[in-house]
Write a new protein. Structure first.
Length: 262
């Protein structure tokens, strides 16, 4: 069965713990081909493939009393994380000039105004050694200085704390591609054609600074993490498959999670 050519499939949802109908196209495509990593959305719980993978792993790693932060607030994933870990710190990135830890108004795709705390991974407002875990779901590629962001994640974790996250990772790229950077005045300097990813709060999309390659583990080690692991869970029946990139191996992605331990 070619999953990508179907409108929906039956599969086992690890969140619902039963067979559910999954919508194949989650809205992201490569030309005419659906990006399955963003799709295979369970019609029961609303979680996409990568969100299910992250949440399923988090439940196996963190007890309900652990102090967690999730760098998103308005997604189905945020709702489930809030229910599983009461007191979790939810946030969204508002703007470069916003103050970390302060609440701002956000407008979702329907125009509804919602208020939530702003956090910038490069300058988190959390106290040092205040969290047992920090979760982020395809955030790091949008951070201008990922090394700085990873160091901040390390700072706010207790010894033995875990950063658990997803990101577009391309293990067949020999090294990370820098698509653009901010100059000293905060203006964008682009080296490669613009790549925007869909974002529920920004209809225009969100800029991608990096495509992380095979050397990404070095970036984590340089940030100071003591142990780094990459987990691959390929299970089509559970909706965990590749991103369905058919235009060359370099940008083919596996269903991967990153775990970095302080």
């Amino acid at each position: 069965m070619d999953i990508a050519r179907s409108s929906s499939v039956q599969g086992f949802c690890v969140q619902c713990a039963r067979v559910c109908t999954m919508t194949v196209n989650g809205g992201a495509v490569f030309g005419t081909d659906v990006n399955l990593r963003e799709g295979l959305v369970c019609q029961s719980c609303g979680l996409s493939s990568r969100s299910r993978l992250l949440f399923h792993a988090a439940r196996s790693l963190f007890a309900p009393n652990k102090r967690l932060a999730l760098l998103e607030a308005f997604s189905p994933l945020a709702s489930y994380v809030s229910a599983a870990w009461p007191g979790v710190r939810l946030s969204e990135f508002h703007s470069p000039s916003a103050l970390g830890g302060r609440a701002y108004d956000f407008f979702d795709e329907s125009g509804r105004c919602r208020r939530v705390v702003h956090e910038d991974m490069q300058a988190l407002s959390f106290e040092s050694e205040s969290l047992d875990g920090i979760l982020h779901n395809d955030v790091l590629e949008h951070v201008p200085d990922p090394q700085k962001g990873l160091r901040e994640c390390l700072r706010v974790l207790v010894p033995g704390g875990i950063a658990l996250f997803t990101m577009p990772w391309f293990p067949w790229l020999p090294s990370t591609l820098v698509r653009g950077m901010l100059d000293g005045e905060g203006s964008l300097v682009e080296y490669l054609p613009t790549e925007l990813h869909g974002d529920g709060l920004r209809p225009e999309g969100i800029y991608t600074f990096h495509n992380f390659g095979a050397n990404f583990a070095d970036l984590l080690s340089q940030a100071g993490f003591s142990r780094v692991s990459f987990g691959v869970c390929y299970d089509p029946y559970a909706g965990f498959v590749t991103n369905n990139y058919r235009y060359g191996d370099e940008f083919l992605m596996l269903p991967t999670l990153m775990r970095a331990v302080r």
